[in-house]
Write a protein that binds this ligand. Structure first.
Ligand code: TXA
Ligand code: MG
Length: 343
């Protein structure tokens, strides 16, 4: 199958791209679409066969459930049963963070096919703020199941060309909406009511909506979520090894620990490219990618993260050495992806 790429740059192009994407989605096809986090591989979430094709194209195991995207609260209400004890908190979080990179795990209605949730009674839902994505879902009038548009276990694509590298000849259409503005996948949470006034917010996957941002609204609990653990493997995310380049990757906590093997070549993933951090001069690197040159800004590092990993993977080095990233703000999400890439 030949893969067409349609640019959504100018208003005219966008109109054409939206029309084409909606036509294909209505016909049960799957289409790669831009979101603010990473590119998604989208299908009509009510169409079980189309959703099955997502798993097939991604080579994704059937036990790993998909994220469903909605166009707003009304569409959300049509696919989930919101437990009364968390309704208020959910409303506040939606008000604050939607549209945006925050995904909620909620009890699903029967209208969502089991294949979407891998048989779970809950579904992960978010509303993207990408204008092209928003137009497409509005126009379609149906929820879109969309995991990241990469082969399972590989790096998430943050540009149309990265989607092309991952999935060309497997899907009919890629909508090119430019580079993703956040660069790492959405934050996933499960809300739990408590006896006191503060609800628990279980952080199932760190992302652009940070722990610091969520703290205002409840007690943020990291680590294994006991409920989803009981339900089955997949608290989001997540299989240990994931987001990985083909080239082996190692996080080097201390530059002094580096010993090059003479026959091997190495590439460096640097946080801010500063001499004083000690990584630049320990080796004659085959390739260096700097996530946020200068003082180091975590949101900028997140935007460049998967792009830089791809560049290093393509450099032909035998191993990628990564500097550690500060584990605060969106740095927690980058570090999470980096650790899974290293396994
Ligand atoms: O930013 C994002 O969330 C991107 C864009 C495309 O929206 N999507 C994305 O989807 O990252 P994906 O499929 O790569 O990751 C979805 C994660 C999986 O790791 C899965 O385990 C988890 O969400 N998940 C989905 N449904 C779940 C559920 N009912 N309970 C717990 N985890 C769930
Ligand atoms: Mg993914």
């Amino acid at each position: 199958m030949e893969t067409e790429t349609l640019s959504a740059g100018t208003p005219e192009e966008t109109k054409e791209a939206v029309r084409e994407a909606v036509k294909l989605l209505n016909n049960g096809s799957i289409v790669a679409l831009p979101t603010e986090t990473v590119y998604g591989l989208a299908a009509n979430a009510f169409n079980a066969e189309a959703c099955a094709a997502i798993f097939e194209v991604k080579e994704r195991p059937s036990f790993d459930p998909l994220i469903v995207h909605v166009s707003g609260k009304k569409m959300l209400d049509s696919i989930v049963d919101i437990p009364p004890d968390i309704e208020k908190t959910l409303e506040i979080l939606i008000q604050e963070f939607w549209p945006g990179p925050l995904t909620f795990v909620l009890p699903k209605k029967n209208i969502i096919p089991d294949i979407v949730t891998s048989g779970l009674k809950t579904v992960a839902v978010r509303r993207s703020n990408n204008p092209v994505f928003s137009e497409i879902i509005q126009e379609l009038g149906m929820p879109l199941a969309a995991p990241s548009a990469n082969i399972f276990g590989s790096m998430s694509p943050t540009s149309a060309s990265a989607v092309h590298t991952e999935l060309s000849n497997r899907i009919p259409l890629i909508i090119d909406g430019g580079a993703c503005s956040d660069g790492v996948e959405s934050t996933i949470v499960r809300i739990e009511s408590t006896q006191n006034s503060k609800p628990n917010i279980h952080l199932l996957r760190p992302g652009p909506v940070t722990v610091e941002m969520l703290r205002k609204f409840g007690k943020v609990l990291k680590g294994q979520d006991s409920q989803s653990k009981n339900e089955r493997p997949n608290s989001p995310g997540q299989l240990a090894s994931h987001y990985a380049p083909r080239t082996p990757l190692r996080i080097l906590e201390c530059p002094g620990d580096f010993k090059a093997e003479p026959s091997k070549s190495y590439a460096l993933l640097s946080y801010r490219g500063q001499e004083k951090d000690g990584y630049l001069r320990i080796h004659d690197w085959k390739e260096i990618q700097i996530l946020s040159p200068g003082s180091g800004k975590l949101p900028e590092a997140a935007v460049r993260f998967f792009f830089s990993l791809r560049k290093l993977d393509e450099s032909g080095a035998d191993e990628i050495i990564a500097e550690p990233i500060p584990g605060k703000g969106v740095g927690l999400a980058i570090l999470d992806r980096l650790q899974r890439a290293a396994l």
